[in-house]
Each structure stands twice: as C-alpha cells, then as structure tokens.
Design a protein around this ligand. Sequence first.
Ligand code: SF4
Length: 271
Amino acid sequence: MSAAPWRLDLPEFFVPPECREMIRAGALVAVSHSGGKDSQAMTILLSRFVPHGQLLFVHAPLGEVEWPGTIEHIEATIPPGAPLILAPVASGKTLLERVEARGRWPSAGVRWCTSDFKRTPIERELRRYLKAHPRFGGRIVSAMGMRAAESPARAKREAWNRNARNSRAGRQWFDWLPIHGLSTAEVFRVIAGAGQTPHWAYASGMSRLSCSFCILASRADLRRAAELRPGLYRDYAALERRIGHTLSPSRVPLPALTGVPVPPSAAETGV
Ligand code: SF4
C-alpha cells in the first residue's frame, strides 16, 4: 500500500482513522454483497486499499425471490481469488414461506425480512469465519453499502460504529458504511470507471437490485419486475390473495398497482 492509500479520487469517500488502524492491525474486512450497484461500487473502492488477504465477501442468498444471476454477478466482480461465503437462513424456510406462515408481509416499520434473512445469517457466518481464522486477531470491520441518499433513516446512520452486540472479549467488531456519502450517480461512475457493468436487471429498467419484488419498491420497479419475472409475479399475487394482505404498504394488490395482468399458471393453461 502507498503512504495514504485511502485518499481515493472521491471527496465523499472517507476512511475513519479508527478504521485505518483496524486495517493496519490486520483486521478482517468483511463486505456484505447483495449483488446490487452499491455493493459493487463499495467492493471496487475497498479493493483499492484493503490488502486482498484481509478481504472477505459475504452474501445472504434469498433463493427464488432474488434476481437470477446475482451470485454469478458477485463472483465475476469481486477481486479474483477473494473468498465469497454464503449466509443462508438457518431454518431453511424461504421468504415466501415465512410470509405465508405469518399471514403478513413485512413492512418498513417491522422489517423482519432484512433482520431474519440478511443481518442475522450474515453476522452468524462472520462470527464463524473469524473464529476459524485466528490470524485476524478477532478484529473485524463489517462493511455495508447503505447510503444516506437512499432514505432519511439511512441518512441518520453513523458511517462508523462499534457493534456492541457482536463485540466481546477477544472480538472487536466495527460496522462501517464506506459509501454512505456517495450519490447514485457517483456509484454508477465508480462501476463504469472500473470497466465493470452493474447486474443486468439495471439495464432492464430496475432502479434497485433488492428482492425482485420488495416491500419498499416503487410502483415503476414493481411493474418492471412483473414484466421481467412473470412466474414469480404470479406467485406473489397468489400469496397476496391467500393471506389477504398486500406486499405494498399502499394496501393496493400487485395486479392493480402494476397494471400487469397475472399470467395463467401451467395448470390453468393445460400446458
Ligand atoms: S429487499 Fe425488500 S423485501 Fe427483500 S429483504 Fe430487503 S426489505 Fe425485505
């Protein structure tokens, strides 16, 4: 590394002094990667100054509800040879099975989908990885791609924070939001500047790469997802009908919200 490797050509990108110390001390830098543009830009930036032997990538796979090709996209865009681990939910249940069992979709206020399907499994796998690799000295910087521009709630988050829940004797854990200050345009510029392209769903008209149908998605994204993934759209619409609760907090069912007719199933068409 050069003398000031964290001075990247991006005024909004800032590496807190405590974070630099952790990296210098040999901490594991674990990058939570969703496959989306923010994770990809964060990967590109961190790979420029974090020694590659200290990098780990972790993805919480969401199975059928995530965009096809997500894991392949992550594999193709992280530094060659960098470890990628998957953090599946322990119960083995899918997101749609959990919704059906609860009889309700998650909401912005009660967002159990993120905590149960992403944060908890990722933290579990990182604790295991750290324990299995004593060369990191129990030090971990957990990097996540949340940005202030995404929502008022995310704007309020500290970009550098000691994770008290996961820190204990022998384990020092900090959460870091390296691209908290970046705009959406800067994120796309970082990706293009590295000669990479974002996941194919963006070029197909999606503005975010979350679950294909997300509780927080805009109407335009839900409409485009319905066109791109008709089979999954049919499953979501059928689940809404069965449980009598809508994915959208507007309480408008998906077919009315998107204007996209629900395609008939194979059983209905006799195919
Ligand atoms: S992408 Fe949306 S629906 Fe999926 S886990 Fe995150 S908040 Fe929940």
